[in-house]
Design a protein around this ligand. Sequence first.
Ligand SMILES: NC(=O)c1ccc[n+]([C@@H]2O[C@H](COP(=O)([O-])OP(=O)(O)OC[C@H]3O[C@@H](n4cnc5c(N)ncnc54)[C@H](O)[C@@H]3O)[C@@H](O)[C@H]2O)c1
Length: 351
Amino acid sequence: MVRSIGLPKETKDGERRVALEPSAVASAVAAGFQVRVQTTAGIGAGFSDDEYKRVGAAIVDSAEEVWASDLVVKVKEPQDAEYKYFREGLILFDYLHLAAEPKLAAALQASGVEAFAFETLTYPHGLPLLAPMSEIAGRAAAIVGAYYLASGSGTLLGGAAGVQPARVVVVGLGVAGTMAARGARGMDAEVTGVDIDLHRLYQAHMEGTVTSTLASSDSAIAEAVAGADLVVGAALVTGAKAPHLVKKEHIASMRPGSVVVDLAIDQGGCIETSQPTSLSHPTFVESGVIHYCVTNVPGQYPRTASRALSAAVAPRLLDLARDASSPRIEGALNISHGKIVHPAVAKALAE
Ligand SMILES: NC(=O)c1ccc[n+]([C@@H]2O[C@H](COP(=O)([O-])OP(=O)(O)OC[C@H]3O[C@@H](n4cnc5c(N)ncnc54)[C@H](O)[C@@H]3O)[C@@H](O)[C@H]2O)c1
């Protein structure tokens, strides 16, 4: 039975989000839970210890005291230094992305943590705890893509009178891809959206989110990427390792100084040449192409991102704390009693 909920300060590089804003903590306190907040956990998002204290949270000094709670809710997957807090029966609720984190999966299994992932929760439909961060990461992709194109090939997304606009290819037109496409269109780039789901392409086409659409295939992607200034990777198969849709040879065919932003990197990346990068060291160059593969893009917009995440997480947190088998947290359970129980995650980790 859950009596206490812990809210630690995030430890991932550059991460300034917090999983619950004070109003969400107020709801948990009103529901009868003791909420322990690690001191300064909300500071990066502009929430002071006093604001949490005023709504009834206990402010504690150490991560150890927070992790001693029955349920720990946080933003990013636990970092190596946090594995020591794992213990049998602890309920963990956060982004896990285990398909790309086999070491974390093994540590959670070995310690007997009940691990629930935001990104695989499907109630009531879609991916309601992934969507708010995908929305922010998608918008950010257009901004950082435009920024790195300046220092790369020196191309301005919108072009100029007498000069063609830049060509942007977005692979995966879900939540993140759609927002990236909108951002790039908003800067007057020419945007091609690629998806395997024809209905999504139809919607984007009808709404004018993109200038053209392409049904996903190796040859279509090869052709589109060869002429692109900016490629955004945003394809997802829930729980699975991201498919390598953009191949090494496609990247090699791009103009030197072009840019790729692989948002799907948290699931391993949908661009073959991608490697995870951090907010402190966001890019590397491969085949002359600038790669931006940050695994926590929304962490650089902590105020907006924390409020959006908290609004989505708060009701599901109460459902989970009251009843870990609630249908309202369907799809979230990844590891239970040492076993990987989410089929797509289990398949990805077995490969
Ligand atoms: N790096 C970050 O900080 C960050 C932040 C938020 C989200 N993300 C990631 O962005 C990715 C996209 O998330 P989302 O919420 O937009 O997912 P989504 O489910 O809304 O969209 C995924 C899209 O990919 C498409 N797709 C699947 N297979 C495809 C294929 N073979 N070819 C073309 N398209 C294909 C799907 O049809 C769908 O439209 C995820 O990996 C998510 O974790 C990353």
